[in-house]
Structures are given as structure tokens and as C-alpha cells.
Write a new protein. Structure first.
Lengths: 1000, 91
């Protein structure tokens, strides 16, 4: 371990050892390490296999752009998590991590055979190959692809961790705690603005924090020391909130941003103490300053993917921040000055390093410095090949031709154990584009930079294309001043010593003496797409970058265009002979880095997943052993089993009791809307299909509500409580939508109507008592009241009192039985129910649930909106012509009832079905056919409701059937999986056609 | 997630609102006098513009008032918010 830990830094405490497991082997690192830096300090580069060819892959970077070092952590525990970047996970005692995408192991991977058959699996291989033979798909191709596809293993158990959400507002949000983010935060907070600074690492300072070099100075201090002092001051500012370990996931419109804070992920499992694991911050900021920095570009050359090939700036960070040298014998391959910082840093620590530069020369101070230190530089050269299977051991280089399009001269072989590459820098414009911002292409260094026309955010620092220290400080200061309307800042006269030149040579695909077809020059390391794949896609006719991306899978999965996109674009532009700026870019979509499902869901799990609504009578039902059914958010009693009764037996018993003596139902969940105003009657006339003007005070009426397209929308009984006062009931599930619809018409189409709507669903509880003995029970509850048919007829309502508590009694029926509904203020619901049960005891009053309610109404052929209708049924289709007023000039949906489509007589119409075998019960949803001989067999309808009626002692069903109205008596067939059931079309009213029971 | 300036309550988060589709489609006063085609025009035909669109919105989890809004669907910029019955602004 000592071998590679060559440097002491203040960020890693080399006195505190941390032990961890990787791929079943134990290692040691130190406090302050990431999993990646700890592995590298142990000389471990090989961490995974590539997705398609299963080539050995090593750690390539030190941040969120890492394409290879993707691990499964804490496997075999409930906390296991796939696709964690080793470069981002902070090392803790006992961490267990393993490689993904290899079988049986990362060192010996069967899938590696793909590498040798790679000429046969080019881009679009799947689309081209698995087409034929057709019958291979289901049994062979699909299972095989499914087995080999996918990254990592999902946890199999519920996540035991806690997650949290927090909503915050601020004046200024700054994304990124590097040098420009720090400058921006200081200016904002010092000018009395409520500021939040978020940074995804555990400390602020970005890459400036590990700069300690004569070549980079701010106000005559090493830039690293200067930033340390700035950070110390920053922490003292009152109106600045600094959130480290917090990564921005999404930047939505109107400055609404999501950020994920890691709270306990860096702690050993036994120290997490059940605290919150991650918190999702939902931030609404007045202004946003994006300072997300830049990502170093790789170079694209043959075999550029071996373990040990890394980004140059990452090699520097591992050395200067973590104290780890990625190799002892380094070669750096570059096209720009920034890689010389890495070279100088290595050399100063006595580590061997040589440079290969595709440029012919550079006159910058840093390059001169490197030469003075005796670093060998191969100018005008390129790497043409690399060697070493599981780790790089040597490279081959050649000179470039004059125009850089080819290689010339002899091959030189150089031994190395680490090849650092630098292709320049790509500004992280993800946030800018996620917010809707556009990009401009800058020719000089071939970068896309933000085009700022938006007024509510700016980009500063290297994400804005400012790569040199001087530019970064001065431009950030200037831009932030303008943005926040500040006239003077402490950064106005900062002196900066800069040592680099912008001069850079760009060759997207480096030339080679080996033919293109035999080169493996990777563009997207994670998805294994190569330069060859891009060119093939172009030859096959793909032009749009969005199409090339999907065909070759470049920039997909966790990369999301971070490392790979620029090269793909560059190669497309070169090959097609067009300007890169004209190609556009692919779309950068949130999340920028993956979010856990836990953080998205937050506390909305288990009982908090959705609201549960219970009636005030609920407790009586649970005491009575009720089984519940979900109706929207409501819990409604489904049936009340006695002893070990099942659904069928309970429902048969309940249904019989309700018709033979008395049953009681909790009807509190029905929607209730209080309607008042001088135009209330006119309003009802417009929203229901039937007439309402002549309904007397104290009377009730059933109403059917349509959509403007003529289709049945809702139904229910409305009671006229006073001259200008109605109480409307709606279906349980439709309550909220009906209210919204009525409000919409009132506010937008008929604002002249004097009508007021109030939802009173929760205000009243309802007990519905039905059966031949219901009148006797009501008499016991209201001894002073006259319940004779003359004094209290069907479809009327009266006020009553139970123990001085006001009730409304409606004599209405959804079962066809003599029936009363008692409404009482919700808080008395339970006591009302208990009194009803007590009063009904001598008549064996039987509580019944929704299943029995459905059966009883089906016996009478009453529809349930949403069960017998599905948004395509008109009242005419339902054979409910009687409820559609012919006299009214207009109501919602009237005109649609005689559109060419709605007057067709071959529409599906509601009918009854009787099975030839009376004990055969049809399945709801079963298809209905009339002619089995003609293939394909035509489906002419389906069963909507089906029950065994204990009162008729036979099976009954409702169905919708094409031209059903004309089919009464006709034989039809309901084909099931193992038999065909013969049925006869009947009337949809099965019981008591004369409606005698209502007045029994 | 945009911020919507409800004409009755002020600026609120989008999650409090529901969109009711294209605005300024008036329900015909005499539907029975319309041909099938004319009625279908009212019933079914809605614009789906990439650009400036006039929309109905409802402050469903707030004052429950309906109002109109001018929104550019290509960038979600809200150009104007006005009450039902008010004249649409020129954008």
C-alpha cells in the first residue's frame, strides 16, 4: 500500500486506517479516501468489465463522470445499492463493494468472448441480428438478452432507510463550491442576499484546493492557500447556507431545482443510527448562479480503454489531494497545456513521467517549467496502440504528419503503468440546458458554451468556458456584480499569476497506421461505443445526432453525455464534412447524477403513500369483522363475514336478509354537494338530463349527468331542501370531479347564475336502512313521526331528531326495497349507526357491504356509473330514455345525443343476460359473441356485472351488447378459456318489475 | 414546475393548479341549431400550438377559481394571467 501512497496531504488522515472489502478481498485505506483512491493506493485499477465487449476496465476519473468504476455496494444486505461510482463514495470502515457486469468474476469473465467476436457485433447489432428466425425471439433471444443486460442487482427487500424532503426558498442559489462558486457566494451573501451554496463533494474548493505550485498564484499566495482563507471566511457569513455532499439533480423552469443531500452514506453501517439517509431539497430560487466547472476530455485512439489509462487532471487530484500516485512510471498524452500541471506535480514528488503532445510546441510557462524539471516531451506525436490486458504495461507512439491527418516515421515503444490523457475541457452545461438555456459553439477550443439570454440565471467559471485562473476570477467577479447589481467587491483588484496558454490542437479521432476497422478507439467507455460505430451509423444513413446516439448508445446510461458526447459530435462533423456547431447537441436530461428512489419518494411510503379516508362509522365496521374494499381513497365495508364465511356466502346471506327483513349500509362516502342560490333549480336543469323546475320542496329526484359528448358521467339523488336549496349526491368516486365540473360551468359558461356550491361529503354520515321491516325500525328511532305512505311517500325527505340531534331522513332506494337514508352530522355517525342496530335487533337487521349493495341493485337493473358504463355509454345506450327530457331546450350533453355516431342503432346497449345453467356465474369483463363459425370471431359485447341472486335463486348478469335492445330472447355465447357458456338476452330488470316492494 | 400568479391569490407553485386546456372556446348558446360538424368543432377541436397558447387554469388546491393564462408552450414562459370574462391581452 505504501508503494502508491507517495504524498502526505491534509485531506487524507494517514494515521486513521479504514478497512474495506472489494470483490471479496480485504484492503486498507485512510479516512478521507474515496473507494477509488483507496483502491488505487493498493494498486488496484481493474474494477469492472465493459458493457458490451466485457473488456477489462479501470478507474478513469475522480468524479461523477466516471464511466467504469461502477460498483454494487453492501451486497447481500437490505442496504445494497447498484451503480455506485467508486469515485464518489467516501470510504468507511466495513464497506463492501464489488464489480458489476462480469461473470463469474472481474478477473475471469466469460462475457470477455464478446471482445473476440466484436467484428460481428457492430452498432445496431441487436436490431440487425435478432430479427430472424422469428420464432427464436421468445425462447432464445429475449431471455438471453435479458440475462446479459442491465447493470448491477436491485435490492430484493424494502429499503429500511429513512428519506426526507425539504422545501426551501432563497434569493441566490449557487451550484458548485469551486473557486468561482466561492467568489459568487461571498459576493451574494455579503450583499445581504439569502444565499445557498451546494457542493457535491464533502469539502469546498474544487480543484483549486490542491494547487500548491509556483505557477499558480493569487495575490501572491499559492492558489490553494488563497482558497483556504476564502473558505474560512465564507463559513462565518450569516446569511449563507453551505450544503456539502449535496448534488444537484435537476434544474426545472422558473428556478425550481432539486438537490440530493447525502446525510449518512459516508458513515459505517453501525454508526448510522437510523437517521435520515438522504434528503431531497426542493429549492425555489430567485436567482441561480451555475458554477459546475468542466470535465476533462479523453482522447480517442486505439485501445484507449485499458485499466491504467486515466484522465490527467484526475491523476493530479489522486496525487495532490489523496496522496496516491496512480502509477510509478507515468506517461501523459495531451493536446493542451493543462496536462503539464500533472506532469510537474508528479516530477516534483520524484515520480517518473514523460509527455506525449500532439502539438508541435508550446511557449507557456508551465511547459517551460516542465522542460526545466527534465521531463521528456515527445512533440508532434500520438499514441497508436496500448498493451497490457488487465493493466496497461506499454504504449506505442508515432509522429504525426504535417497536417495531423496521418502518422509517419517509426514506432517507439514506451513502458508505463499509467497513461494519463487530456483532450482539453468540456464545460458542464447540463444545468444551463436543463433550465431551457441554449448553447453556442466556440470554434477556438471546440466547446459548447452557454448562450445567456435568460434573466434569472448565469453561468460562471469553467462551466461558462473560462478555463484559466485569471479569466475565472475576473469574469466571475464581473458577471456576478452585474447579475446582482453590486458596484464594488473585494475581488475587484485580484492579481493572478497564470501559466498556461489557450493554444490547443484538436484531433477528434487520432490517426493510426492500423486500419480503422481493426482499431478499437472508444468514445463511450461505459456503453462500448467506438469511433468505428459512429462512422458505421453515418454510413447507414443516420444523420441526426439524436439518432446516432440511440443507434450506437453513445452517451446513454449513467454517462448522459458527460465524457462521450463531444467526441461523437466531432467525429460526425469530421466524417460528414460539416461544421461541428451546426450539428447541435443531444438533450441533457435530469437527473444529472442518479437519484435513489428513496429520495424521490421521501416519506410517502407505507401509510403515507396515499390518504386513507374512513367514515365516522368505520370503528363499528371493524368491530363487526368487516372486510374492506378501497373505493378511491375511501375504505368501504365490502362484506361482513360471520365466523369463517367467505365472500360468496356472506353476500348471499346479507342480500337475503336485506330483502326478507332489514339491512343497513354505511352510505357516508357518497359525494354530497350543497347547492344554494336563486338560480339553483335552473342550474340543475342545465346539468342533469331530466327536468328539475317542478320538483317540490321536500322531494327527491334521481338525476343523470352527462359529459358534453353525451356520455354518462355521474348519477345520484338530489333533494330539494328549500326554495333555493338542494342537496346533491354523487357517486363515491366521482364526488371531487363532479364538484370541479359544476364549478367550471358556473364560473366560465354561466357566471350569470346565482348559485353557490359547497362540498359537504365529510360533514354528514349516512346510514341507509332497507327491507320490508325498515319502516318499523324507523318508527322506533323516530317515535313521533308519521311514516305512512301518505305522510312520508317514496322520494321525499323530512327532518327528524334523535336525542335532540337533527337528522335528515330521505325515503329513497338503491335496492328496490322500502328504504330510508338517515343523514346526521358526521361526529354523531357512530352513535346513529349503533342506535339503528339496536332498534333493528328484533328484526335481525343485517349490516351489508358494497358487494351486497351491488348485487341488490343489479337484481333491479340499476346501473353503477363506472361499472356498467365506461365513458362510451349514452343514456339511450343504457335504455334510460325515460330520464332524458325531450322538453328542455338544453342541458350538458344534449346536442351530442343525436350526433351521427350516437344515434347509430348498432351501438353497445345495456341488456340483461341469463345463463342457460342458472348456477353458472359469468365472469365480469368476459367477452360475448354470437357467431363462432366465422373467423375471426366478432366480439359483440362484454359482461359488466354478474352475480348469483339468492332472492331469485339463479345467476344474473348485466352486459353491453351491440344492438342489444333488439336481441331480447336471443341466444349468445360467452366463450371462456375452457368452455363456452350459453346465455340468453333478457330484460335488465330481474326482480320486482312492477316496483311493488318500494311501498311494501 | 412553474410559478403561476393566480389573479386572486398571487404567486403559487404549479402543483396547486390544474390546466383546463385551450381558452376562449365558448359553449354555443343554441346547440340544437348547430349541424353535427359545427357541434363537433366546439366539442372536439382543440389547438396544440408550439408557441404562445391561451389556456384555462384552475387554482384547484387554492381558491378554486378558474382563470386564463397566456403561456408559451415551447419555453413555459407565462406572458399574462387574467380573470375569466376579461379580454385576452395582445401578446
Amino acid at each position: 500500500m505504501k508503494k502508491y501512497r507517495v504524498n502526505k496531504t491534509k485531506h487524507v488522515d494517514q494515521t486513521k486506517t479504514v478497512s474495506f472489502d472489494f470483490d471479496g478481498k480485504s484492503y486498507h485505506g485512510f479516512e478521507g479516501d474515496t473507494l477509488a483512491s483507496a483502491l488505487l493506493s493498493n494498486g488496484v485499477h481493474l474494477v469492472g468489465r465493459s458493457f458490451k465487449y466485457h473488456r477489462p476496465r479501470g478507474i478513469m476519473s475522480c468524479g461523477s463522470e466516471e464511466p467504469n468504476a461502477i460498483c454494487q455496494i453492501n451486497e447481500d444486505t437490505d442496504l445494497t445499492e447498484p451503480n455506485v461510482r467508486a469515485t464518489e463514495i467516501e470510504l468507511y470502515e466495513g464497506l463492501k463493494a464489488s464489480s458489476q457486469n462480469c461473470w463469474p468474476s472481474v478477473n475471469f469473465d466469460i462475457g470477455g468472448i464478446n471482445n473476440f467476436i466484436s467484428p460481428f457485433i457492430p452498432a445496431g447489432f441487436y436490431y440487425k441480428t435478432f430479427m430472424w428466425p422469428k420464432n427464436f425471439w421468445k425462447k432464445i433471444y429475449e431471455p438471453l438478452i435479458r440475462w446479459s443486460a442491465g447493470l448491477g442487482k436491485s435490492p430484493t427487500k424494502p429499503d429500511p432507510e429513512l428519506y426526507d424532503h425539504k422545501h426551501v426558498h432563497c434569493d441566490i442559489l449557487i451550484i458548485g463550491g469551486g473557486i468561482s462558486g466561492i467568489i459568487a457566494s461571498k459576493i451574494a451573501a455579503k450583499n445581504n442576499l439569502k444565499t445557498i451554496l451546494i457542493e457535491d463533494k464533502n469539502i469546498l474548493g474544487g480543484s483549486t484546493i490542491f494547487q500548491k505550485n509556483e505557477n499558480y498564484k493569487i495575490n501572491d499566495k499559492y492558489s490553494g492557500e488563497w482558497i483556504d482563507a476564502e473558505i474560512a471566511e465564507l463559513k462565518k457569513l450569516d446569511n449563507l447556507t453551505i450544503k456539502t455532499r449535496t448534488s444537484l439533480a435537476a434544474y426545472h423552469s422558473y428556478n425550481y431545482l432539486l438537490a440530493k443531500e447525502n446525510i449518512s452514506d459516508h458513515l459505517p453501517l453501525d454508526k448510522r443510527n437510523g437517521s435520515i439517509r438522504q434528503r431531497l431539497w426542493k429549492i425555489r430560487a430567485d436567482k441561480v448562479i451555475v458554477a459546475t466547472g468542466a470535465i476533462e476530455r479523453p482522447l480517442v485512439f486505439n485501445n484507449n480503454d485499458r485499466p491504467g489509462i486515466m484522465l490527467s487532471n484526475s491523476v493530479k487530484k489522486y496525487l495532490d489531494f489523496y496522496g496516491v500516485s496512480c502509477g510509478l512510471n507515468n506517461v501523459i498524452f495531451t493536446n493542451n497545456d493543462s496536462a503539464y500541471e500533472t506532469a510537474v506535480s508528479l516530477k516534483e514528488k520524484g515520480i517518473s513521467v514523460e509527455m506525449i503532445d500532439i502539438r508541435k510546441k508550446s511557449n507557456s510557462k508551465i511547459v517551460k517549467n516542465a522542460e526545466q524539471l527534465g521531463i521528456k516531451i515527445y512533440w508532434n506525436s500520438t499514441v497508436v496502440n496500448t498493451f497490457g490486458h488487465k493493466k496497461i504495461n506499454s504504449i506505442e507512439i508515432m509522429n504525426l504528419s504535417e497536417d495531423g491527418s496521418n502518422v509517419v516515421g517509426n514506432k517507439i515503444r514506451i513502458n508505463c503503468d499509467c497513461l494519463a490523457i487530456s483532450g482539453g475541457w468540456t464545460p458542464m452545461v447540463h444545468m444551463h440546458t436543463q433550465s431551457g438555456g441554449k448553447l453556442d459553439f466556440r470554434e477556438i477550443d471546440q466547446t459548447f458554451i452557454p448562450n445567456e439570454i435568460e434573466k434569472n440565471h448565469i453561468n460562471v467559471g469553467s462551466c461558462n468556458g473560462d478555463f484559466e485562473l485569471e479569466e475565472i476570477i475576473n469574469n466571475t467577479n464581473k458577471k456576478v456584480k452585474n447579475f446582482l447589481k453590486v458596484s464594488k467587491t473585494e475581488f475587484d483588484n485580484t492579481s493572478v499569476l497564470n501559466s498556461k496558454e489557450l493554444d490547443k490542437k484538436n484531433i477528434w479521432l487520432l490517426p493510426n497506421y492500423i486500419s480503422e476497422g481493426k482499431c478499437k478507439s472508444f468514445i463511450d467507455f461505459q456503453n462500448d461505443s467506438t469511433a468505428k460505430d459512429i462512422k458505421l451509423a453515418l454510413r447507414e444513413g443516420f444523420k441526426s445526432i439524436e439518432h446516432v446516439k440511440r443507434y450506437t448508445t453513445t452517451g446513454m446510461a449513467t454517462d448522459q453525455g458527460k465524457l462521450s458526447n463531444m467526441h461523437a459530435l466531432g467525429i460526425i462533423a469530421d466524417t460528414a464534412g460539416v461544421k461541428m456547431g451546426t450539428l447541435g447537441t443531444t438533450t441533457f436530461r435530469p437527473p444529472f447524477t442518479p437519484l435513489t428512489f428513496g429520495s424521490i419518494v421521501g416519506r410517502s411510503v407505507d401509510n403515507f403513500f396515499d390518504i386513507t379516508r374512513k367514515t365516522s362509522i368505520h370503528e363499528c365496521h371493524t368491530q363487526n369483522n368487516a372486510k374492506f374494499e378501497n373505493v378511491g381513497q375511501w375504505k368501504r365495508p365490502w362484506y361482513y363475514p360471520i365466523n369463517d364465511e367467505g365472500l360468496h356466502d356472506a353476500v348471499q346471506r346479507e342480500s337475503k336478509a336485506a330483502r326478507d327483513s332489514a339491512g343497513i349500509l354505511d352510505a357516508s362516502t357518497l359525494g354530497k354537494i350543497d347547492i344554494q342560490g336563486t338560480d339553483a333549480s335552473e342550474f340543475l336543469n342545465r346539468v342533469y338530463t331530466n327536468a328539475w323546475s317542478k320538483l317540490g320542496i321536500g322531494k327527491c329526484r334521481y338525476g343523470l349527468m352527462l359529459n358534453e359528448d353525451g356520455m354518462v358521467y355521474d348519477d345520484g339523488v338530489t333533494t330539494r331542501l328549500g326554495e333555493n336549496h338542494y342537496l346533491m349526491t354523487t357517486t363515491t368516486g366521482g364526488a371531487a370531479n363532479v364538484l370541479s365540473k359544476l364549478e367550471d360551468y358556473l364560473q366560465t359558461e354561466w357566471p350569470e347564475l346565482d348559485v353557490y356550491l359547497t362540498s359537504v361529503t365529510d360533514h354528514y354520515s349516512t346510514a341507509s336502512i332497507c327491507g320490508p321491516n325498515s319502516k318499523k325500525i324507523l318508527k322506533k328511532l323516530f317515535p313521533d313521526k308519521d311514516f305512512s305512505d301518505d305522510a312520508f311517500p317514496h322520494m321525499s325527505y323530512q327532518n327528524g331528531k334523535i336525542d335532540e340531534i337533527n337528522c335528515r331522513i330521505m325515503r329513497i332506494s338503491f335496492t328496490g326495497e322500502l328504504s330510508y337514508e338517515i343523514n346526521i352530522e358526521s361526529k354523531y355517525g357512530k352513535s346513529l349507526w349503533e342506535k339503528c342496530i339496536e332498534a333493528g335487533k328484533e328484526f335481525k337487521i343485517t349490516p351489508y357491504g358494497t358487494e351486497t349493495m351491488h348485487l341488490l341493485r343489479a337484481e333491479k337493473g340499476f346501473i353503477i356509473v363506472g361499472q356498467d358504463t365506461d365513458g362510451t355509454m349514452t343514456p339511450i345506450d343504457l335504455q334510460m330514455d325515460w330520464i332524458v327530457s325531450k322538453k328542455k331546450y338544453d342541458f350538458i350533453g344534449k346536442r351530442s345525443l343525436y350526433r351521427s355516431d350516437t344515434i347509430r342503432d348498432d351501438r353497445k346497449q345495456l341488456v340483461g343476460l341469463l345463463t342457460d345453467d342458472p348456477y353458472e356465474i359469468l365472469e365480469e369483463g368476459a367477452q360475448i359473441v354470437s357467431d363462432m363459425s366465422k373467423k375471426p370471431i366478432e366480439m359483440i359485447g362484454h359482461v359488466t356485472s354478474s352475480y348469483f341472486s339468492p332472492n331469485l335463486n339463479k345467476s344474473i348478469a348485466l352486459a353491453v351488447v351491440k344492438s342489444g335492445k333488439k336481441m331480447k330472447g336471443q341466444k349468445l355465447i360467452v366463450p371462456m378459456e375452457n368452455k363456452n357458456i350459453n346465455v340468453t338476452v333478457s330484460d335488465s330488470v330481474f326482480l320486482d318489475k312492477e316496483n311493488k316492494r318500494i311501498n311494501a | 414546475m412553474f410559478l403561476i400568479n393566480c389573479p386572486y391569490c398571487g404567486e403559487r407553485d404549479q402543483s396547486e393548479f390544474t390546466c383546463g386546456g385551450e381558452a376562449h372556446i365558448v359553449r354555443p348558446k343554441q346547440p340544437t341549431e348547430l349541424s353535427d360538424d359545427q357541434w363537433a368543432e366546439y366539442l372536439f377541436m382543440r389547438k396544440n400550438i408550439k408557441g404562445v397558447q391561451f389556456e384555462r387554469w384552475n387554482h384547484a388546491h387554492g381558491c378554486r377559481k378558474w382563470f386564463n393564462m397566456v403561456r408559451d408552450t415551447s419555453n413555459d414562459k407565462i406572458h399574462a394571467v387574467y380573470k375569466m370574462g376579461e379580454k385576452p391581452p395582445v401578446v
